[in-house]
Design a protein. Structure first.
Length: 183
C-alpha cells in the first residue's frame, strides 16, 4: 500500500466525502466512483450524499468518455446516478443539473420522449437559470423528434422571444419556418 493510499484510507474512515475528493485530486477516478458508491450504500442519509451521487454520474461519464470503461457498463450507472439525484435529493443543490444531465442523456441516446419530462421540469422549476436557453432549445427539438410539431413551435417561439440574441435563435427561426410556425 502506498503512502498516498494509506492516507486516503485513514481519511475515508473519518469523513466520507473528503476522501472521495482526495481520489479526484489524485486523478484516480475509478476509486472516486467506487468510494462514492460506498458512501451512498453505507450512509444514504449523510448530509452530502447528494454530492456523492452527483460525483458518481460525473466521473462515470468522464471514465466512459476517456475510454476507460465501455459505454455498455457506464451508461446504466450514469442514468441511475442522475435519476437517484432527482428522486432522492430534490431540495439539494445540483438537482437542476441532474434534470439537465438526464434530459440530455436521453436526448443523446435517441430517447426524446424521456428527455421531454426532465426538460419540462427544469424549465418550470428554474425559469431564471443560466442554462434555460439551452434546455428550451433542446426541449423544442425533443418535441419535434416525438412528432409534437405544435409543442415544438410553441417552445421555439418562446425561445426566440426570451433569447433573441442567443446564437441558436437563427436556427430556431429556421425550424419554425420548416414546421409552419410564425417567426
Amino acid at each position: 500500500m502506498t503512502t498516498t493510499t494509506a492516507r486516503v484510507n485513514v481519511i475515508s474512515a473519518q469523513a466520507p466525502r473528503p476522501s472521495g475528493v482526495c481520489y479526484i485530486r489524485l486523478g484516480e477516478y475509478e476509486k472516486t466512483v467506487a468510494h462514492f458508491e460506498k458512501v451512498i450504500e453505507k450512509w444514504p442519509d449523510y448530509e452530502y450524499a447528494w454530492s456523492a451521487q452527483h460525483l458518481i454520474g460525473t466521473y462515470v461519464n468522464l471514465l466512459m468518455k476517456s475510454g476507460k470503461i465501455p459505454a455498455s457498463e457506464a451508461e446504466p450507472k450514469i442514468e441511475a446516478a442522475w435519476q437517484a439525484m432527482i428522486d432522492n435529493y430534490p431540495q439539494k443543490p445540483l438537482y437542476d443539473v441532474a434534470l439537465r444531465k438526464l434530459g440530455g442523456f436521453y436526448l443523446e441516446r435517441g430517447q426524446p420522449q424521456k428527455a421531454v419530462g426532465y426538460f419540462e421540469t427544469f424549465c418550470d422549476e428554474y425559469p431564471e437559470d443560466i442554462w434555460r436557453a439551452q434546455v428550451l432549445y433542446d426541449l423544442a427539438g425533443a418535441y419535434e423528434d416525438i412528432g409534437e410539431a405544435e409543442l415544438a413551435i410553441d417552445v421555439y417561439e418562446e425561445f426566440i422571444e426570451d433569447y433573441p440574441d442567443d446564437p441558436k435563435a437563427a436556427q430556431a427561426q429556421d425550424r419554425l419556418r420548416e414546421l409552419g410556425g410564425t417567426d
